[in-house]
Design a protein around this ligand. Structure first.
Ligand code: TYD
Length: 422
């Protein structure tokens, strides 16, 4: 569809992107703008829109978007997300890097670590500090520059079979290939897996972590669904994915980062599979995670949230309370657009990202501003869009809570809490 204010920017996957079998639609969130596209006030050019719909492959169980925005529109020199924004994520990646060095790299060989989607270089920094060979690849040239400035060996580009061959020509097989919050963004996983197969050393490991379908469904975290997240992985679907490319899922670990993720470790056929793989696959089977009934239940709860959240905002306004959004996350685009929350219900969203400040939220036009200098200028209530960083944020915002500030949250349910830390 195309009209004067909106331009369609997506193409449709007729079938599963991995195994070409049919996709069964399970959730339709309607028309949405690109999530990370923050317009300047007064910009009246047509906004890029697409249909935000999710389907499940009835053969390989991979849950995925049906329509897809062209990657160049999403990942380019304007990409605003930085890993280092969250202190807790910085700690997570340092811990992960050090544990990879300790557990995954043989003592007698110099490791070579490759990261797909290296962002600002947070994960690779410890390898650079310790003088280990490493390489980061990311299509966002602004972030590659930031990573390079902090001493990380990084290059702008997309990881695929050709890139893997080029790296191999000028370097050597990778001991570990790592990707965090990256694989779910890449439509052509086939080329990624072929590239991994080519670049990974004989005993190497491909480790990646992404939001977990199980947590999305169980917590009704439907804001994880937006244009950049094409896939919603599970142990069942990743096990099949690895097999399809001659590799083997050898370990699965649940992480509490970003609202619940799985870390998948993939190796070659001769490598031993930990019991964690079959355990998680079995738990997915017994909970019916991939069944149409379970996914329909999820879709029904999503619809309930659509009514509940604007209602909570209207009730706060009626009680004379001021409310502002906490963090203009990419995820918030789904919440705001799906629930119809615009400037009539929310005056402002505060965010620490300089590129977002002074801009408007996509589709809903809510101003994004820097946080007020003084907590006294905070609202009565914050609508917490960065709920995945709730522990970090709530433990930091003690002054806000001491002055009686409350948090409106919507995951796992719509709740208004006065000082959740107490
Ligand atoms: P995040 O939930 O990490 O990711 P996404 O945007 O992919 O949903 O949110 C990142 C955004 O949240 C970024 O714009 C910075 C903002 N943010 C804050 O403003 N304050 C904070 O304390 C944190 C952790 C994030």
């Amino acid at each position: 569809m195309q009209d004067s204010q909106h331009t369609n920017c997506a193409s449709r996957a007729p079938n599963c992107r991995i195994c070409s079998q049919s996709l069964r639609p399970v959730l339709d969130l309607g028309r949405h703008p690109r999530a990370d596209s923050y317009r300047k006030p007064g910009d009246i050019s047509p906004e890029l829109m697409f249909e935000l719909k999710v389907g499940i492959c009835e053969s390989c169980q991979l849950v995925q978007l049906i329509d897809e925005v062209a990657p160049e529109l999403m990942f380019n020199s304007d990409y605003p997300f930085r890993t280092a924004t969250s202190q807790r994520m910085q700690q997570h990646f340092r811990k992960t890097a050090l544990s990879i060095l300790e557990l995954e790299t043989p003592a007698d060989t110099a490791p070579f670590i490759v990261e797909l989607g290296c962002n600002d270089g947070t994960f690779l920094a410890p390898f650079a500090e310790l003088g280990h060979d490493h390489l980061g690849i990311d299509p966002a040239s602004n972030l590659v520059s930031e990573a390079s400035e902090r001493g990380i060996n990084a290059q702008t580009g997309w990881f695929n079979l050709e890139t893997a061959a080029a790296i191999l020509k000028s370097s050597r097989p990778a001991t570990v290939i790592y990707a965090a919050n990256t694989l779910c963004h890449i439509s052509d996983l086939s080329s990624v897996f072929k590239g991994v197969d080519l670049l990974l050393s004989k005993d190497g490991r491909f480790i990646f972590e992404d939001p977990y379908l199980g947590d999305i469904v169980n917590l009704c975290a439907f804001d994880q669904i937006y244009d950049e997240h094409i896939y919603y992985f599970s142990a069942t679907s990743v096990d099949m994915l690895a097999r399809k490319f001659g590799l083997k899922l050898i370990e699965v670990e649940h992480l509490d980062t970003h609202g619940g993720q799985l870390r998948y470790t993939i190796g070659r056929q001769h490598q031993t599979q930990s019991s964690s793989v079959l355990d998680v696959i079995e738990s997915e089977r017994t909970s019916g995670l991939h069944t149409i009934e379970r996914l329909n239940d999820f879709a029904e709860t999503v619809q309930v949230r659509r009514t509940e959240l604007p209602k909570a905002l209207r009730e706060l306004a009626a009680a004379g309370k001021t409310v502002a959004g906490y963090a203009a996350t990419a995820k918030s685009a789904t919440i705001l657009n799906y629930c119809g929350i615009d400037r009539n219900l929310l005056d402002v969203i505060y965010d620490t990202t300089p590129e977002k400040q002074g801009r408007l939220t996509p589709g809903t036009g809510i101003p994004i501003e820097a946080f007020p200098q003084s907590t006294e200028d905070f609202p009565d209530t914050f609508l917490l869009f960065a709920w995945n960083h709730a522990d970090e944020i709530i433990s930091r915002e003690t002054a806000f809570q001491e002055q009686g500030g409350s948090w409106l949250q919507f995951v796992p349910s719509v709740t208004l809490t006065l000082n959740p830390a107490s």
